[in-house]
Design a protein around this ligand. Structure first.
Ligand SMILES: [Zn+2]
Length: 271
Protein backbone atom coordinates (compact mmCIF):
# COMPACT_ATOMS: atom_id res chain seq x y z
CA UNK A 1 0.00 0.00 0.00
CA UNK A 2 1.28 3.45 -0.93
CA UNK A 3 0.81 6.05 1.78
CA UNK A 4 0.62 9.84 1.72
CA UNK A 5 0.00 12.74 4.00
CA UNK A 6 -1.99 15.26 1.96
CA UNK A 7 -1.10 18.91 2.54
CA UNK A 8 -2.94 21.74 0.83
CA UNK A 9 -1.49 25.24 0.66
CA UNK A 10 -3.05 28.67 0.25
CA UNK A 11 -6.45 28.17 1.91
CA UNK A 12 -9.03 29.58 2.08
CA UNK A 13 -10.21 30.17 -1.47
CA UNK A 14 -13.52 30.29 -3.30
CA UNK A 15 -13.22 26.52 -3.47
CA UNK A 16 -12.52 25.64 0.14
CA UNK A 17 -16.06 24.56 1.04
CA UNK A 18 -16.37 22.37 -2.05
CA UNK A 19 -12.84 21.03 -1.67
CA UNK A 20 -13.28 20.05 1.97
CA UNK A 21 -16.72 18.57 1.24
CA UNK A 22 -15.15 16.44 -1.49
CA UNK A 23 -12.26 15.28 0.70
CA UNK A 24 -14.60 14.62 3.62
CA UNK A 25 -16.87 12.53 1.44
CA UNK A 26 -13.89 10.54 0.16
CA UNK A 27 -12.61 10.14 3.73
CA UNK A 28 -9.34 11.83 2.77
CA UNK A 29 -7.74 13.66 5.70
CA UNK A 30 -5.63 16.72 4.96
CA UNK A 31 -3.82 19.64 6.49
CA UNK A 32 -4.74 23.04 5.11
CA UNK A 33 -1.99 25.64 5.30
CA UNK A 34 -3.91 28.89 5.57
CA UNK A 35 -2.87 32.38 4.50
CA UNK A 36 -3.72 34.90 7.20
CA UNK A 37 -4.88 37.69 4.89
CA UNK A 38 -7.44 35.38 3.25
CA UNK A 39 -9.11 34.66 6.60
CA UNK A 40 -8.80 38.03 8.30
CA UNK A 41 -12.16 39.65 9.10
CA UNK A 42 -10.34 42.96 9.56
CA UNK A 43 -9.28 42.72 5.92
CA UNK A 44 -12.89 42.14 4.93
CA UNK A 45 -12.41 38.40 4.73
CA UNK A 46 -15.00 37.22 7.22
CA UNK A 47 -16.16 34.75 4.59
CA UNK A 48 -12.70 33.23 4.44
CA UNK A 49 -12.59 32.98 8.22
CA UNK A 50 -15.96 31.19 8.20
CA UNK A 51 -14.69 28.73 5.58
CA UNK A 52 -11.78 27.85 7.82
CA UNK A 53 -14.14 27.36 10.78
CA UNK A 54 -16.24 25.00 8.68
CA UNK A 55 -13.11 23.08 7.57
CA UNK A 56 -12.15 22.61 11.23
CA UNK A 57 -15.64 21.31 11.98
CA UNK A 58 -15.23 18.77 9.17
CA UNK A 59 -12.08 17.51 10.88
CA UNK A 60 -9.33 19.11 8.80
CA UNK A 61 -6.22 20.46 10.48
CA UNK A 62 -5.52 24.13 9.89
CA UNK A 63 -1.89 25.13 9.81
CA UNK A 64 -0.05 28.41 9.30
CA UNK A 65 1.21 29.63 5.89
CA UNK A 66 2.06 33.17 7.05
CA UNK A 67 -0.05 36.23 6.29
CA UNK A 68 0.73 37.79 2.91
CA UNK A 69 2.59 34.91 1.25
CA UNK A 70 5.92 36.66 0.98
CA UNK A 71 9.41 35.27 0.61
CA UNK A 72 11.33 35.15 3.85
CA UNK A 73 14.65 35.89 2.12
CA UNK A 74 13.15 39.13 0.80
CA UNK A 75 11.20 40.44 3.79
CA UNK A 76 13.46 39.38 6.66
CA UNK A 77 13.06 38.17 10.23
CA UNK A 78 10.87 40.83 11.87
CA UNK A 79 8.39 41.05 9.05
CA UNK A 80 7.99 37.32 8.50
CA UNK A 81 7.75 36.34 12.15
CA UNK A 82 5.16 39.03 12.86
CA UNK A 83 3.14 37.79 9.88
CA UNK A 84 3.31 34.24 11.22
CA UNK A 85 2.21 35.39 14.67
CA UNK A 86 -0.67 37.43 13.23
CA UNK A 87 -1.86 34.43 11.22
CA UNK A 88 -1.63 32.15 14.24
CA UNK A 89 -3.97 34.45 16.19
CA UNK A 90 -6.55 34.08 13.43
CA UNK A 91 -6.15 30.30 13.35
CA UNK A 92 -6.53 30.12 17.13
CA UNK A 93 -9.68 32.26 16.88
CA UNK A 94 -11.07 29.93 14.22
CA UNK A 95 -10.54 26.93 16.50
CA UNK A 96 -12.31 28.74 19.30
CA UNK A 97 -15.18 29.65 17.02
CA UNK A 98 -15.44 26.03 15.88
CA UNK A 99 -15.39 24.82 19.47
CA UNK A 100 -12.62 22.39 18.58
CA UNK A 101 -9.44 21.55 20.39
CA UNK A 102 -6.39 23.30 18.96
CA UNK A 103 -3.80 21.02 17.39
CA UNK A 104 -0.10 21.85 17.72
CA UNK A 105 1.09 24.81 15.67
CA UNK A 106 2.37 23.80 12.25
CA UNK A 107 3.92 26.16 9.74
CA UNK A 108 4.92 26.08 6.08
CA UNK A 109 6.91 28.86 4.46
CA UNK A 110 5.31 30.63 1.48
CA UNK A 111 7.14 29.56 -1.70
CA UNK A 112 9.12 27.21 0.59
CA UNK A 113 11.46 30.16 1.05
CA UNK A 114 12.89 29.47 4.49
CA UNK A 115 15.29 32.39 4.46
CA UNK A 116 17.79 31.32 1.81
CA UNK A 117 15.52 31.60 -1.24
CA UNK A 118 13.58 28.57 -2.39
CA UNK A 119 16.25 27.19 -4.72
CA UNK A 120 18.19 26.53 -1.53
CA UNK A 121 15.27 25.73 0.74
CA UNK A 122 17.54 23.23 2.42
CA UNK A 123 21.28 22.83 2.50
CA UNK A 124 21.70 20.11 -0.12
CA UNK A 125 25.03 19.16 1.42
CA UNK A 126 23.07 17.58 4.29
CA UNK A 127 21.51 15.12 1.82
CA UNK A 128 23.51 11.90 1.29
CA UNK A 129 25.24 12.31 -2.04
CA UNK A 130 23.44 9.58 -3.95
CA UNK A 131 20.08 11.29 -3.35
CA UNK A 132 21.20 14.88 -3.78
CA UNK A 133 20.24 15.21 -7.42
CA UNK A 134 16.75 13.92 -6.77
CA UNK A 135 16.18 16.22 -3.82
CA UNK A 136 17.47 19.22 -5.74
CA UNK A 137 14.96 18.50 -8.48
CA UNK A 138 12.20 18.12 -5.92
CA UNK A 139 12.71 21.78 -5.06
CA UNK A 140 13.84 23.13 -8.39
CA UNK A 141 11.05 21.55 -10.41
CA UNK A 142 8.26 21.90 -7.87
CA UNK A 143 8.34 25.54 -6.81
CA UNK A 144 8.59 28.88 -8.58
CA UNK A 145 12.23 29.89 -8.46
CA UNK A 146 13.35 33.49 -8.66
CA UNK A 147 17.04 32.75 -8.51
CA UNK A 148 19.41 29.83 -7.96
CA UNK A 149 22.07 32.02 -6.36
CA UNK A 150 23.64 30.30 -3.36
CA UNK A 151 22.58 31.79 -0.02
CA UNK A 152 24.63 34.48 1.67
CA UNK A 153 25.89 34.12 5.23
CA UNK A 154 23.22 36.58 6.35
CA UNK A 155 20.51 34.46 4.72
CA UNK A 156 21.80 31.33 6.44
CA UNK A 157 21.63 33.20 9.72
CA UNK A 158 18.10 34.34 8.88
CA UNK A 159 17.03 30.76 8.22
CA UNK A 160 18.42 29.65 11.59
CA UNK A 161 16.86 32.59 13.40
CA UNK A 162 13.39 31.86 12.03
CA UNK A 163 13.72 28.15 12.88
CA UNK A 164 14.61 29.14 16.45
CA UNK A 165 11.73 31.60 16.60
CA UNK A 166 9.30 28.92 15.45
CA UNK A 167 10.55 26.55 18.08
CA UNK A 168 10.39 29.20 20.84
CA UNK A 169 6.86 30.14 19.82
CA UNK A 170 5.39 26.70 20.15
CA UNK A 171 5.59 25.53 16.55
CA UNK A 172 6.18 21.83 16.15
CA UNK A 173 7.54 19.68 13.46
CA UNK A 174 4.56 18.27 11.61
CA UNK A 175 4.50 14.60 12.64
CA UNK A 176 4.97 12.24 9.71
CA UNK A 177 6.11 9.04 11.43
CA UNK A 178 5.54 6.95 8.32
CA UNK A 179 8.04 8.91 6.24
CA UNK A 180 11.23 6.88 6.24
CA UNK A 181 12.81 8.00 2.96
CA UNK A 182 16.58 8.02 3.46
CA UNK A 183 16.93 11.48 1.91
CA UNK A 184 14.34 12.74 4.40
CA UNK A 185 15.46 11.11 7.61
CA UNK A 186 19.17 11.63 6.93
CA UNK A 187 19.02 15.26 5.81
CA UNK A 188 17.90 18.67 7.00
CA UNK A 189 14.42 17.85 5.63
CA UNK A 190 13.63 15.50 8.48
CA UNK A 191 14.94 17.84 11.16
CA UNK A 192 13.25 21.10 10.20
CA UNK A 193 10.65 22.62 12.54
CA UNK A 194 8.61 23.86 9.61
CA UNK A 195 6.59 21.62 7.32
CA UNK A 196 8.38 20.56 4.18
CA UNK A 197 7.26 18.20 1.43
CA UNK A 198 8.52 15.02 -0.19
CA UNK A 199 6.50 15.37 -3.38
CA UNK A 200 5.09 18.37 -5.21
CA UNK A 201 2.28 17.72 -7.68
CA UNK A 202 3.16 21.02 -9.43
CA UNK A 203 -0.61 21.57 -9.65
CA UNK A 204 -0.11 25.33 -9.55
CA UNK A 205 1.53 25.11 -12.99
CA UNK A 206 -1.83 24.10 -14.46
CA UNK A 207 -3.75 27.15 -13.22
CA UNK A 208 -4.83 29.76 -15.79
CA UNK A 209 -2.20 32.17 -14.51
CA UNK A 210 0.66 29.76 -15.15
CA UNK A 211 -0.47 27.26 -17.75
CA UNK A 212 1.88 26.70 -20.66
CA UNK A 213 4.84 28.43 -19.02
CA UNK A 214 6.06 25.37 -17.11
CA UNK A 215 6.87 21.71 -17.78
CA UNK A 216 3.64 20.48 -16.19
CA UNK A 217 0.77 21.77 -18.32
CA UNK A 218 -2.14 19.39 -17.78
CA UNK A 219 -3.68 16.94 -15.33
CA UNK A 220 -2.21 14.15 -17.44
CA UNK A 221 1.23 15.71 -16.98
CA UNK A 222 0.70 15.62 -13.20
CA UNK A 223 -0.27 11.96 -13.39
CA UNK A 224 2.76 11.19 -15.54
CA UNK A 225 4.97 12.99 -13.05
CA UNK A 226 3.47 10.88 -10.27
CA UNK A 227 3.76 7.62 -12.21
CA UNK A 228 7.38 8.26 -13.10
CA UNK A 229 8.58 9.35 -9.71
CA UNK A 230 11.06 6.79 -8.39
CA UNK A 231 10.09 7.33 -4.75
CA UNK A 232 6.39 8.19 -4.69
CA UNK A 233 5.26 4.71 -5.72
CA UNK A 234 7.32 2.80 -3.21
CA UNK A 235 5.45 1.13 -0.40
CA UNK A 236 8.18 1.27 2.23
CA UNK A 237 7.68 4.93 3.09
CA UNK A 238 4.88 7.46 3.17
CA UNK A 239 5.11 10.77 1.30
CA UNK A 240 4.11 14.32 2.13
CA UNK A 241 2.30 15.52 -0.95
CA UNK A 242 1.79 19.19 -1.78
CA UNK A 243 -1.33 20.44 -3.53
CA UNK A 244 -3.07 23.82 -3.53
CA UNK A 245 -6.39 25.38 -2.66
CA UNK A 246 -6.31 28.33 -4.99
CA UNK A 247 -7.95 29.68 -8.15
CA UNK A 248 -11.08 28.45 -9.86
CA UNK A 249 -9.77 25.59 -11.96
CA UNK A 250 -7.82 23.86 -9.22
CA UNK A 251 -10.83 22.20 -7.64
CA UNK A 252 -11.42 19.91 -10.60
CA UNK A 253 -7.69 19.26 -10.84
CA UNK A 254 -7.51 18.37 -7.15
CA UNK A 255 -10.56 16.11 -7.39
CA UNK A 256 -9.11 14.44 -10.44
CA UNK A 257 -5.72 13.83 -8.82
CA UNK A 258 -7.17 12.62 -5.51
CA UNK A 259 -9.47 10.20 -7.37
CA UNK A 260 -6.51 9.04 -9.42
CA UNK A 261 -4.51 8.40 -6.26
CA UNK A 262 -7.37 6.54 -4.60
CA UNK A 263 -7.65 4.37 -7.71
CA UNK A 264 -3.88 3.80 -7.75
CA UNK A 265 -3.76 2.20 -4.34
CA UNK A 266 -2.71 5.25 -2.31
CA UNK A 267 -3.91 5.52 1.26
CA UNK A 268 -4.23 8.95 2.82
CA UNK A 269 -2.87 8.98 6.35
CA UNK A 270 -4.34 11.04 9.15
CA UNK A 271 -1.69 13.49 10.34
ZN1 LIG B 1 1.62 29.00 -0.83
Amino acid sequence: MKKVYLTIDDSPSNNTDALTDFLFEKKVPAVLFARGEFMDPEKGNQEGFDKIVRAIKKGFIIANHSYAHERTSEIGFENQTSQIARTQLLIDQAYEEAGAEKPPRYFRFPHLDRGCGNAHAIDFNTVPEQYRDYVQHLFWDGVRLETKEPPTLAQKQLKNDVQNWLSENGFKKFPTPDVSLPWWTQSELGQAIDSLVTFSTSDWMVTPRHIGKWPVASVDDIKTKMENDPWLNREDSAHIVLMHDDREDLLTITENIVNYMLNSNFTFLKP
